[in-house]
Design a protein around this ligand. Structure first.
Ligand code: OAD
Length: 240
């Protein structure tokens, strides 16, 4: 016999802001934890327009390495739980992550604020964006107009072109979930301030502070792969 879960009521909108912590249990390193990438490598040498101008080969190698790791990683229970939530709510994911684990878990609506590892774009025209089929982007890989391709990543010091879209989504959230982000990088960290004050907000992070100044915020001090499925179950049951 097939067990069918029922929809608890009118479709409500859940907006999620995710960060590196949601992919940590898939084996991808975060940035600012003890073994975080920016505690091991100098961000100024790898993730800025100046780094690209100075040493594009090094920058390409860094993202090729991360692309390879992302391709080998699998979504974890947190990604899958958010995909399951779509059967009950309208779910919009705003992620700071450049991996594609939300999509591979089945989430249909994912906005990548900081770009995507599996895409390249023209250095001459940012609107020319191309999929990268394997793990490697090389010096000499060009768009059809002849310009060098670069990783489709928002580097430090660059505009975040999708932020206005994320702000619109946040403004219409009935429920807002923040998961696995240190909230140290702006403008992403300010997104919560665009969420209606009365909307319940949840923060899933093993290092979350319970006494946040954000109104209606429940801190869930747990890892994403446990905390997110539990929260999703509560939302579906109408208990959260
Ligand atoms: P950070 O490395 O700054 O923060 C990771 C957060 O994840 C921390 O708050 C950890 O406590 C939490 N965390 C660690 N393990 C976790 C787990 N298993 N479950 C849940 N949470 C866990 O990463 P971000 O906030 O995503 O930008 O960093 C923001 C941006 O800075 C990134 O998008 C990246 C980086 O530079 C670019 O590359 C453009």
């Amino acid at each position: 016999m097939e067990h069918k879960e029922s929809n608890p009521g009118p479709c409500r909108k859940v907006v999620v802001l995710s960060g590196a912590g949601i992919s940590a249990e898939s084996g991808l390193r975060t940035f600012r934890d003890g073994d975080g990438l920016w505690n091991t490598y100098r961000m100024e040498e790898l993730a800025t327009p100046q780094a690209w101008a100075r040493n594009p080969v090094l920058v390409l190698e860094f993202y090729n390495w991360r692309r390879k790791q992302a391709m080998e990683a699998e979504p974890n229970a947190a990604h899958f739980a958010l995909a399951r939530l779509q059967r009950f709510f309208e779910v919009k994911i705003v992620t700071q992550n450049v991996d594609d684990l939300h999509e591979r878990a089945g989430s249909a609506d994912v906005l990548h604020l900081h770009g995507e590892l599996h895409k390249a774009r023209s250095t001459a025209d940012p609107s020319r964006i191309y999929p990268i089929s394997g793990w490697e982007l090389k010096l000499g890989d060009r768009c059809e107009l002849g310009s060098q391709l670069r990783p489709h990543i928002v580097w430090f010091g660059e505009e975040v072109p999708l932020f206005p879209q994320a702000v619109s989504l946040a403004g219409t959230a009935d429920i807002f979930i923040i998961v696995g982000t240190s909230l140290q990088v702006y403008p992403a960290a300010s997104l919560v301030h665009y969420v209606p004050a009365e909307a319940p907000k949840y923060l899933v992070d093993p290092r979350s502070e319970p006494d946040s100044p954000i109104r209606n915020l429940t801190a869930i001090r747990n890892k994403a792969a446990e905390g997110v499925p539990e929260l999703v179950d509560r939302l579906i049951a109408g208990l959260a």
